[in-house]
Each structure stands twice: as C-alpha cells, then as structure tokens.
Design a protein around this ligand. Structure first.
Ligand SMILES: Nc1ncnc2c1ncn2[C@@H]1O[C@H](COP(=O)(O)OP(=O)(O)OP(=O)(O)O)[C@@H](O)[C@H]1O
Length: 331
C-alpha cells in the first residue's frame, strides 16, 4: 500500500483534549425501546477508542448519534466541541465515516465512485492516493458491483479517508476482509492514529480491539458494562493455569490453597493472582519431584473477558467460566 497520510501532528496524542464527549446519552426507538441507555465516555485527541458489544448491544445506535446521523433522545454528544446533529455543517467536513453498508451506485467504477465522492469533499485527496492507501489502486477501473465484499469494505474506507478527517468513525471496518486485508487495515488505522487522527471503532473481532485500541468500552443491553485500557479490562477476569495431572497424583494432592477444576486428568486453575499461584504450584511440583506436563499459564484474553461479561449478563455460563473454591476436586 502507498502511504501518504494526513498529518494532524504526528504523535500528537493529547488525551487531555477530548475530541468526542458523550454524557448520559440515550436513544429510544418508536414503541419506547431504549437501545442506548445513559452512556458516558470521552475520547481524547489522537486516541483510538473501540466500542464492543454483543449483537444488539447498541453500538450502531450510539455511533449514528456521534456521526450526527441521528438525534439523541437524551443526554449530550460533542464532537470537536460541537453537537454533530445540529452543527452538522461544522462537524461533517472534519470527520470521516465508514458505515456498515456503503450503498454506492454499483454501475460506477471504483475510480468514478471516488471522484464523485471527492466532488462533495473539500480538500479531498487525489483519487490514486485514496485508493493506494487501502490497496485498491489496481482495481480502479472495476465496477463496484464486481467487487468482492472485502474490496467494498476497502472502498468504504478510502471514501472515509478522502477528506483527511480529524475524527474517523469506523463501523466494523474489517468485516468480510481476509486475514491479509485485515492486517493491512490494522496497519493503516494505526498509522492514521499515530498521525494524530482520533478513531472510534466498532468491531466484533476482539483481537482487533485488543491489538488496536488505546481504550475500549464493552456495551450490553444499551449500557456500558466495563471500560478501560485492554489490560485494565482483562485484569478484571481471572488468569488460567493448565496442566496434565501427573500419573500417580490425585487432584486432592494439589496445593490446597489453589482453586482448581479437573476434567479427567486435565487440570485448570483460575486465579486473580497468577504469579503467586503459579509460584506455589511450581514449588509444590519441585518439592514432590513432579513433572507438570503441558503446563500453560496465561492472563485472560479480551475474548474471555467479553464472554464472561456476556454470560453473566444473560445468566448463562461462559465456557470454562466456572471457578471452584475450597481446594482441588475431581470432576
Ligand atoms: N430503527 C429501529 N427501530 C427499533 N429498534 C431498533 C432500530 N434499530 C435498532 N434497533 C434495536 O436496537 C438495539 C440495538 O441495535 P444496534 O444496531 O444499535 O446494536 P449493535 O450493537 O450495533 O448490534 P450488532 O452488533 O448486531 O450490529 C437492537 O435490539 C435493535 O434491534
């Protein structure tokens, strides 16, 4: 991909200056259904903020209000210091929006589509530059209806970047992209952020949020359930230690202060104190001359945190979410 990114002050992250401010935001659909229920968050200049959630959590309903496409039912939104709905003329030229469905005329070529869009965008990048950014330079003369789903997403992104936006809204930007396309898009988004662009991203790919986001919020049922840096969010969930129970050892012989679950001879310990409990386990193994086969110890991933949160809220049990107390036991 050719890289000629707009520069809003390279490395000029200024999280003290909020570019997006949301306070007590609500969105109620006809019939009284509350899709967004009193949410509040702020995104600093040059920050990448990810909004995650289960299906129907209210992400798109929220983002549409930030983009100025829908009027809030309550609360306030400020983007670059303005109300994006009532001050649309002020906010729109400084923001780039990548919707879930671009909906371009499908008979136009890629190049014609970009030119048409550029006609409505002040200070637009040259067409070749915009297409080069998203790796679509070679597809310029192809008709939109002949593009694959992933190529359409790239075109959506090129259009969102046309006006060198200060704020970029990306609604599920990598849905339909193959692994390479996804990685290219992540690189591009990182470069834009490093160049000072403020990015608000929604995604269903948790590794995408974990890898890209400076901070994130997980929504469920219209509310923000948890927010923070990816490590702050995962730190709220227990880490895991796994190993095969050595031959000749029974689960009841494991160190009693550890909370463990056994599935046959596979042992899993879930702990908020990974270092302390791992050290205790290793001391015990050393003392009794036991080899812990397939030993694996790691912090919770964002995906595990997400599944735990979703399961708690629906009253279900996330796979492997059970934590047993009172020492080791056999299943
Ligand atoms: N126009 C509408 N009228 C009534 N209800 C709506 C409307 N649009 C969305 N909803 C409902 O509002 C809730 C939130 O929808 P929204 O699309 O914002 O969720 P989401 O988090 O973006 O979901 P997904 O991850 O599935 O895209 C859902 O229950 C949805 O059915």
């Amino acid at each position: 991909m050719t890289r000629t990114l707009g520069d809003h002050g390279a490395g000029a992250t200024d999280v003290d200056r909020n570019v997006i401010e949301v306070e007590g935001l609500r969105r109620t659909y006809s019939g009284g259904f509350q899709a967004v229920n009193e949410i509040s968050f702020a995104v600093g200049e040059g920050e990448l903020f990810a909004l995650l959630g289960t299906n129907g959590a209210g992400k798109t309903s929220t983002v549409e209000m930030l983009e100025g496409l829908a009027r809030p039912s309550g609360g306030t939104v400020r983007v670059l210091g303005h109300d994006p709905y009532t001050d649309r003329a002020e906010v729109r030229p400084r923001t780039g929006v990548m919707l879930q469905e671009g909906g371009f005329p499908s008979d136009l070529t890629v190049k014609e589509t970009v030119r048409m869009w550029a006609g409505c965008t002040s200070g637009a990048r040259p067409t070749g530059e915009a297409l080069g950014l998203v790796g679509m330079g070679k597809r310029a003369d192809v008709r939109v209806k002949q593009l694959s789903g992933g190529e359409k997403r790239r075109l959506d992104l090129a259009l969102a970047l046309l006006g060198r936006p200060e704020v970029l809204f990306l609604d599920e930007p990598t849905t339909g992209l193959d692994a390479e396309g996804r990685r290219d898009t992540w690189d591009l988004v990182r470069e834009l952020r490093d160049g000072g662009t403020t990015v608000l991203l929604t995604t269903h790919y948790l590794e995408e949020a974990e890898g890209l986001a400076d901070r994130l919020a997980i929504m469920h049922g219209g509310r923000i359930v948890v927010s923070g840096t990816p490590s702050e969010v995962t730190a709220t969930r227990p880490a895991r230690i796994r190993f095969r129970l050595p031959t000749g050892v029974e689960p009841g012989q494991l160190p009693l202060t550890l909370m463990a679950a056994a599935d046959g001879r596979q042992i899993e310990i879930r702990t908020q104190h990974l270092q302390r409990d791992l050290a205790e386990l290793l001391r015990w193994a050393e003392e009794f001359g036991v080899h812990l086969d397939k030993l694996d110890a790691r912090s919770a991933s964002l995906e595990e945190a997400f599944l735990d949160i979703a399961a708690q809220r629906t009253g279900a049990t996330a796979p492997g979410a059970g934590t047993n107390t009172g020492g080791a036991f056999a299943a």
